[in-house]
Design a binder for this molecule. Structure first.
Ligand code: ZN
Ligand code: ZN
Ligand code: ZN
Length: 258
């Protein structure tokens, strides 16, 4: 079986890090690991490449990771930091002459039809992005290339958000809670990517302590924290405070899962 290659394209919260106009020590840091584009991962299995989420930094992320081919986009939810880059799938449309498959819930698709109405209109202007919306729901696995994806429904404040399990890899971002039933889908996994916004509590995102205690309750041995704000602190300080097997992810981090 092919290995799963995970490339962290972005590990920052909605504003990214540094934040425009902020003078805090994290935003002023010259260390590369303290610079975070909006959260996204590129997942490669064999010759199939998929991104989870497509935020405003998508173009830069595709160039930086030297991504030549993209077979699908999977969306966790409809917030702008996860969808705003979709217009930039056009180079892939032009290259392949195919619509880009976008896997998302009906709720997210409805939002895309508002946000990118020009791409769904009957009279599209030449050069508009071409999307093929593929409905997903929390009760049904779906397949992309050779990989089975299991959707995991979680809570993002009062909004629904979708996480995903592929083999023993789980990706959960923008969550603040999850039902007992859905959390069972995480059990037995070996690598978990999970959001940790900042040290203090937030209405719709796990704080650092909440993320760590949730990951511990799931018994996953290897945990990477993502969707970090500048308020979380410097990479080296956060990393040195984490339990064994837990890491603060950074842009450009690559992991391989057998
Ligand atoms: Zn977000
Ligand atoms: Zn700052
Ligand atoms: Zn969000």
């Amino acid at each position: 079986m092919n290995s799963l290659k995970i490339d962290f394209l972005g590990t920052g919260t909605s504003q990214g890090v540094p934040v425009i106009g902020c003078g805090c020590e994290v935003c002023q840091s010259t260390m590369v690991k303290n610079k975070r584009l909006r959260s996204s991962v590129l997942i490669k299995s064999g010759n199939c490449s998929v991104v989870i989420d497509c935020g405003p930094d998508f173009r830069q992320q595709m160039l930086r990771s030297k991504c030549q081919q993209l077979d699908a986009v999977v969306l966790t939810h409809e917030h702008m930091d996860h969808i705003a880059g979709l217009d930039d799938v056009r180079p892939f449309n032009f290259k392949t002459k195919l619509d880009m498959p976008i896997y998302c819930t009906k709720r997210v698709a409805d939002r895309l039809k508002e946000q990118f109405s020009y791409a769904f209109s009957a009279e599209k202007y030449p050069g508009s992005p071409c999307f093929e919306i593929i409905d997903i729901n929390p009760n049904e696995n779906f397949k992309i290339g050779e990989e089975i994806w299991t959707p995991i429904l979680a809570e993002h404040g009062t909004w629904p958000v979708m996480g995903f399990r592929i083999r023993d890899f789980v990706y959960l971002t923008d969550i603040s809670g999850i039902s007992h039933l859905e959390s069972k889908k995480i059990l037995g996994s070996k690598v978990l990517v999970l959001n940790a916004l900042r040290k203090s509590k937030h209405v719709s995102h796990f704080s650092l302590d909440e993320a760590v205690s949730f990951a511990k309750s799931m018994n996953v041995p290897e945990v990477y924290l993502t969707h970090a704000s500048h308020q979380l602190g410097l990479d080296k300080d956060v990393n040195s405070s984490l339990p064994e097997g837990y890491y603060l992810a950074y842009d450009g981090l690559k992991i391989t899962i057998q």
